[in-house]
Design a protein around this ligand. Structure first.
Ligand code: HPA
Length: 274
């Protein structure tokens, strides 16, 4: 599904619905979708209408691609995303990122809900992603590579853009909010981690664990996009004092910290050199 013709076809379809030529792409994570309401939108297209787009089966809605202006910058935002655990191939999970790049986006702000592994942290914290570990057991670039889309063996020495990380840190200070920075480990899911798995991930250097983001970041870097990742720590997954985790708890906590997330991202977008 990720061939150039499919990307071109989907991008052409979206262009037919909007005047917006986005420079910034955004993926809104679980419980963080209300940022979309702050976009002065000229289009909100259900994924089901866009050729080749995978539909999320979990979020309670099938997902929409929103185009318009945020802080007077032209943006494209995904409200809802497909996950590996829904049974999609990772190449399909990242297809929308490829389309957003084809529409003009040079940077991607990706967000997610995740379990906190770092013991100094708390439920409700926001984290800037400094780096990631791909523990999904698969890669979205598996299979034939189109050199016009990106290289066969893309560099991953700087998956998250240092300048955008610094900008986000400054934005958090300016907004008077405490922010964490750490390593995100992406897992297949959908079962949450066992205590032994969480202890292992902590020893590996992971600060937070979730079931998304890593494939989209790999695809974005494959195409040379600059990436900023923001994680909402929705539960503490330390591997000790284990609290059972439910999807409802995760969504509730993400909703609680959503206003903070929105303030941060709006300021980042305002100050982004794009
Ligand atoms: N583990 C994996 N994914 C998650 C978690 C978690 O604890 N919380 C939110 N997404």
């Amino acid at each position: 599904m990720s061939g150039r013709e499919q990307i071109t076809k989907a991008a052409a379809f979206v262009r037919g619905r909007t005047k917006t030529v986005p420079t910034i792409a955004m993926i809104l994570g679980s419980g963080l979708g209300a940022l979309a309401d702050h976009i002065a939108a000229d289009a909100a297209i259900p994924y089901a209408e866009i050729p080749g787009f995978p539909r999320s089966t979990v979020e309670g809605h099938a997902g929409r691609l929103i185009l318009g202006r945020l802080e007077d910058k032209p943006v494209v935002a995904m409200a809802g995303r497909a996950h590996f655990y829904e049974g999609y191939m990772l190449a399909d999970v990242v297809f929308p990122v490829r389309v957003m790049k084809a529409l003009g986006a040079a940077a991607l702000i990706v967000s997610n809900a995740a379990g906190g592994i770092n013991r100094q942290w708390h439920r409700g914290d926001l984290m800037i992603i400094a780096d990631h570990i791909n523990f999904m057991g698969a890669n979205p670039l598996s299979g034939p590579n189109d050199p016009d889309v990106g290289p066969r063996f893309p560099d991953m020495s700087q998956p998250y853009d240092p300048e955008l990380i610094a900008l986000a840190e400054r934005a958090a200070v300016a907004e008077g909010m405490m922010i964490r920075k750490g390593v995100y480990i992406g897992v297949h899911g959908p079962s949450y981690e066992t205590p032994a798995e969480l202890r292992m991930m902590g020893r590996w250097g992971a600060d937070a664990v979730g079931m998304s983001t890593v494939p989209e970041v790999i695809a974005a870097r494959h195409m040379g996009m600059r990436v900023l990742g923001i994680t909402a720590i929705t539960d503490m997954a330390t591997g000790e004092h284990v609290q059972p985790v439910t999807h409802e708890d995760v969504i509730r906590t993400a909703k609680e910290l959503e206003p903070k997330f929105i303030r941060l991202v709006r300021r980042v977008v305002r100050e982004m050199p794009l």
